[in-house]
Design a protein. Structure first.
Length: 159
């Protein structure tokens, strides 16, 4: 773990699981664990927002009044814009699948995974560093599933 971003993410994860494991044995109440979890989520969200703002939510891409693919990744909108929202490019995948984060189309696009349509993101900018991709993956995994099931894609029935 040479780079600072990876170390920070690793420390946050270790701290989270240490706190989670220690809470019942130390007699801590659930609200302290919830507060810690909320703090961890907020830290991941802030780091992700900074990455998106610099590399994605720029004018002419996923920012401004008319973002590409109608997908705003500006800090104020990013979670609602991607959490359990169906991809416009591959309608069988969610942009961020909160139930199965590894199947998230947004992550596939920034990693350059097989099965994406179009180009690796971000376009016309340096590729995201491994630590930045890992931060976004952790943020995606931290998002809670929406209470209601997302609608089926057009022309397809829900299982």
């Amino acid at each position: 773990m040479k780079n600072t971003g990876t170390r920070v993410a690793f420390v946050l994860i270790v701290a989270f699981f240490t706190q989670l494991a220690a809470a019942p044995s130390a007699g801590r109440d659930a609200s302290k664990t919830a507060t810690f979890t909320d703090s961890l989520r907020a830290a991941l969200e802030a780091r992700t927002a900074k990455i998106f703002k610099r590399s994605c939510a720029t004018s002419g891409c996923h920012g401004g009044s008319y973002p590409k693919a109608r997908l705003s990744l500006e800090p104020a909108n990013m979670t609602e814009a991607v959490a359990d929202v169906r991809s416009r490019q591959v309608d069988t995948l969610m942009l961020v699948d909160t139930r199965e984060p590894g199947r998230s189309y947004l992550l596939m696009k920034i990693r350059g995974d097989e099965g994406i349509k179009g180009e690796l993101m971000p376009i016309d900018m340096p590729r995201l560093k491994t630590s930045e991709v890992e931060t976004i993956e952790l943020w995606a995994a931290s998002l809670e599933a929406r209470k209601e099931e997302p609608p089926a894609p057009p022309g397809k029935k829900k299982p």
